[in-house]
Design a protein around this ligand. Structure first.
Ligand code: SAM
Ligand code: SF4
Length: 457
């Protein structure tokens, strides 16, 4: 099968080349256009990718902040990954789980071990997890994933499970949907075919086309929340970011549903990796630019930031357009129960606890949200996009962020966090102008104070 119609490398390269000599005023005009929040074409995004002028960059940062603020307010959704297995038959050069890494201690969690991890995540206050595993059809097949999901949904207070796993057939995606997946995430890693081949030396992941079309099969199976992204650092970021946008545009045009999220993972050192250096190093400034370009080009798509980045940079990226953030993550099976083991996929940079991260987020005047209501109220896919497009989030997202933060505060002993959290809740309540909505929120806050849980609008 050819996927030339989805990703045409020559087209992407020609866009980047044609935009090399764009004038400053043309770049500014594109940034101005993005302020209407209707998104940008790939051609327009290619111009922004070429910007080096500090003044224009500054203007783009400022605009990105404004758009983020308008669409998402100051909310930031919090989640944590849960690794169920590091078994893998692929050989992705960059990954600690690759089968040629004989140094890795292989582990697939048993049910009670999964539940031990879940209990620790619950204790921290997490409600939303990203289930992750390596790819070994004998061990981590669809039944492994769905039985872990059933176990967690039936025995814990985790309310939304997103999944990051290998590409599947439509029938398998149907099982994933039936098990209650939130978002199905899959990163193309790089859209550049030659680099893709070099990075994936053996195993089924070598099949670029099968991976690229995974989200279409997910949609066919009824999963309309899907997330995409590239592993930044494998190839020229300008090419890969533009290709991500071309992929998003293709999906939106063909199916009327763009990606629910775009992730921005940047290559990290991994024990046993087959790479001795980052092939295409990306600076912090460039990563900031990437976040802004996604925000301007696909304003209603969530941008996910992980603990691959350090605390300082994460705080900055938060201002620029990121809408979801993982916190206190471990990247190996059993990582929450047994720290510092030899089972991890890659090294994280932000080692702060969830409560420490929440303190900083609130210091930055952002509102951490543990909300999982959309997917449970069937506000997914196109329905979600329409909701977001109408900027009607004030009815749901803002109130739910307040209510779920209150629930988190009820379960913590960090007195500084409790006091800061209650202050920001008061501040956010003042922003709700419609009386019936405010009354609803106040009544739910009272119920939470009286020990009730899981209340949402
Ligand atoms: N095994 C499945 C796959 O490859 O699609 C799903 C999970 S994989 C463990 C999740 C993601 O981790 C990969 O898609 C890749 O982008 C990212 N990753 C792998 N090695 C990494 C590294 N050294 N640094 C940062 N991210 C990495
Ligand atoms: Fe396996 Fe995924 Fe790591 Fe590749 S990235 S080696 S498929 S776990």
């Amino acid at each position: 099968m050819s996927t030339f119609e989805i990703i045409n490398e020559e087209y992407i390269e020609s866009l980047l080349e044609a935009s090399l000599n764009t004038s400053k005023s043309e770049a500014i005009a594109i940034i101005d256009k993005s302020r209407s929040m209707t998104g940008l074409s790939a051609k327009e995004a290619s111009v922004l990718l070429q910007i080096n002028d500090p003044e224009v960059l500054e203007y783009m940062y400022k605009t990105s902040k404004e758009i983020k603020e308008h669409i998402y307010g100051n909310r930031i959704v919090i989640f944590a990954p849960l690794y169920t297995s590091n078994e893998c038959t692929n050989n992705c050069l960059y990954c600690g789980f690759r089968s040629l890494n004989k140094d890795l201690e292989r582990k697939t969690l048993l049910n009670d071990e999964i539940m031990s991890e879940v209990r620790l995540l619950e204790e921290m206050g997490h409600k939303r997890i990203l289930l992750v595993c390596g790819e070994d059809k004998r061990i981590t097949d669809i039944d492994h994933i769905t039985s872990a999901m059933d176990l967690i949904y039936n025995n814990s207070d985790i309310r939304r499970i997103n999944v990051n796993a290998a590409p599947m057939e439509v029938e398998e995606f149907k099982k994933l949907k039936a098990a209650g997946v939130g978002t199905f995430q899959i990163f193309q890693e790089t859209y550049h075919r030659d680099t893709y081949k070099k990075m994936h030396i053996s195993g089924s992941k070598r099949d670029y086309d099968y991976r690229l079309t995974a989200v279409e099969r997910a949609l066919e199976a009824g999963i309309d929340d899907y997330g995409i992204g590239v592993l930044l650092g494998l190839y020229d970021y300008k090419f890969d970011v533009l290709a991500t946008l071309v992929h998003a545009e293709y999906m939106d045009t063909k199916y009327g549903v763009g990606p629910h999220t775009i992730s921005i993972p940047r290559l990290r050192p991994a024990h046993g990796s087959g790479l001795d250096k980052v092939p295409y190093e990306l600076t912090d400034e460039e990563l900031k630019k990437v976040v802004c370009i996604y925000r301007l080009a696909v304003p209603y798509t969530g941008i996910i930031l992980s603990t691959r980045e350090n605390a300082y940079l994460r705080d900055e990226l938060l201002e620029l357009g990121v809408s979801q953030m993982s916190a206190a993550s471990k990247t190996g099976p059993g990582g929450y129960a047994h720290d510092k083991q030899r089972k991890d996929q890659f090294e994280t940079s932000d080692e702060r606890s969830l409560d420490e991260i929440l303190n900083t987020i609130i210091d930055q005047d952002h509102l951490p949200s543990f909300c999982t209501a959309c997917y449970r109220s069937n506000r997914t896919g196109e329905a979600f996009m329409n909701l977001a497009k109408e900027a009607d989030i004030s009815k749901f997202c803002q109130p739910n962020a307040i209510i779920t933060l209150k629930e988190k505060l009820m379960g913590t002993t960090d007195t500084e966090l409790i006091s800061k959290g209650n202050i920001i809740i008061e501040k956010e309540l003042m922003k709700i102008t419609e009386k019936p909505i405010k009354d609803e929120v106040l009544s739910r806050l009272k119920r939470i104070e009286n020990g009730e849980k899981d209340l949402f609008m």
